[in-house]
Design a protein around this ligand. Structure first.
Ligand SMILES: CC(C)(COP(=O)(O)OP(=O)(O)OC[C@H]1O[C@@H](n2cnc3c(N)ncnc32)[C@H](O)[C@@H]1OP(=O)(O)O)[C@@H](O)C(=O)NCCC(=O)NCCS
Length: 342
């Protein structure tokens, strides 16, 4: 496919945005000043994301506020902007001395390549639909390319069509849609309906299939973000020693129907509020396998712990729901070209 006209169109729109003669409203864009903007940015993010903030999001904002007041952090931060995956770089929109718009630019590393994540795109409700987010996101994309980004990514909730539209207009293309599922702690043990799917402790011989299916569920194009090493699930003495040394505790189960492997579920115990599940399912297997595996997991582990599972949107959504997990949010992962592909 010839993508040149599309690229020209995107370049035209971005250039026009950056060099527009008139500002979208009163005010101006400037680079984030990590020494003084963090508390105002934390306030803006809290206001703009109030309806969707979970405990993790709240602690992120609290951390940002604490960092903004911490002198030793502020001495250290400007020197490491390019090397740590923290929102220390970006742009703000300022109007009458007040921060009313923000975008963060967070570096990640994938082998030799640098990937930038655009995050915390927010415009104060009184200043919306004046082009502020478009200006800020365009500036962040340009900065990422100046910094030799190999790719630029962002994620956006699937129930935010306005933001998705904005990102599409700026050249982002959706690559994956993933739902975070949650089973709260304290759930009474469930009576599982009868089934011909048999669940057993995962034998080492299932690893090859599990490894292959894991790369479908947790694609390599996002591994710069998840930093997940499958050594935590791999059989063998070396990996068992690694897990002991790293204090990683996993339990794994295989589901079989008529003797054929239908899926594998791993539960990783964590020190946090909930344990992390990793599901490995074939492309065309029985979706009931995941229901059975989740039932089995919920019956086997302590009801005092919550469970979280992240999985691509698709054919097994209902099967996951049937095991009593609730969809917390679905994120669209979108990518725009970096310098190497642009
Ligand atoms: C999404 C958000 C950042 C947009 O900020 P903004 O400054 O109003 O956006 P802009 O004015 O630059 O909009 C640019 C384009 O995006 C699209 N867009 C933005 N908001 C939209 C909305 N509510 N409905 C439909 N389209 C919308 C439009 O195409 C718009 O162009 P147009 O005004 O010429 O039609 C803002 O609504 C916000 O802060 N929301 C809460 C936080 C959030 O959801 N952030 C995104 C997280 S990924």
């Amino acid at each position: 496919m010839n993508t040149q006209p599309l690229k020209k169109n995107i370049i035209y729109k971005m250039t026009a945005t950056l060099f527009a003669a008139t500002n979208p409203s009163t005010g101006r864009m400037r680079a984030l000043n990590v020494l003084r903007d963090l508390p105002s940015v934390a306030d803006l993010i809290e206001l703009c994301f109030s309806s969707t903030l979970d405990p993790e999001g709240r602690s992120y904002i609290d951390q940002m506020r604490r960092n903004g007041l911490d002198k030793s952090f502020l001495n250290w931060a400007p020197r490491v902007i390019e090397t740590v995956s923290l929102p220390l770089s970006g742009f703000v929109w300022e109007s009458n001395g007040r921060v009313v718009g923000n975008v963060s630019l967070i570096p990640f590393f994938k082998r030799e390549q640098k990937i930038f994540l655009i995050a915390n795109v927010a415009t104060h409700p009184e200043y919306r639909r004046q082009g502020i987010a478009r200006h800020l996101t365009t500036a962040a994309m340009q900065k990422a390319r100046e910094k030799h980004a190999s790719a630029i990514w962002l994620h956006v909730r699937d129930d935010n069509p306005g933001a998705i539209q904005l990102y599409r207009e700026l050249g982002f293309v959706e690559r994956s849609r993933r739902t975070s599922w949650y089973a709260p702690p304290g759930t009474a043990l469930l009576d599982s309906p009868p089934s011909n799917i048999h669940v057993m402790t995962r034998p080492a011989r299932d690893w090859n299939a599990q490894n292959k299916w894991l790369s479908r569920s947790y694609p390599a194009e996002l591994d710069w973000y998840t930093h997940q090493s499958w050594n935590i699930l791999k059989p063998g003495l070396f990996n068992a020693i690694y897990r002991i040394m790293a204090d990683i505790n996993t339990i794994q189960w295989s589901a079989l129907q008529d003797g054929r492997l239908q899926g594998i579920l791993a539960c990783q115990r964590t020190g946090g509020r909930s344990d992390q599940l990793w599901a490995a399912l074939p492309a065309h297997g029985s979706s009931e396998a995941i229901t059975r595996l989740l039932y089995h997991c919920r019956q086997s582990i302590s009801p005092a712990r919550g469970l979280t599972l992240e999985y691509p949107v698709g054919t097994v959504d209902d099967a996951i729901r049937s095991a009593g997990l609730m969809a917390q949010r679905t994120l669209a992962w979108m990518e725009a070209p970096g310098v190497t592909t642009y």
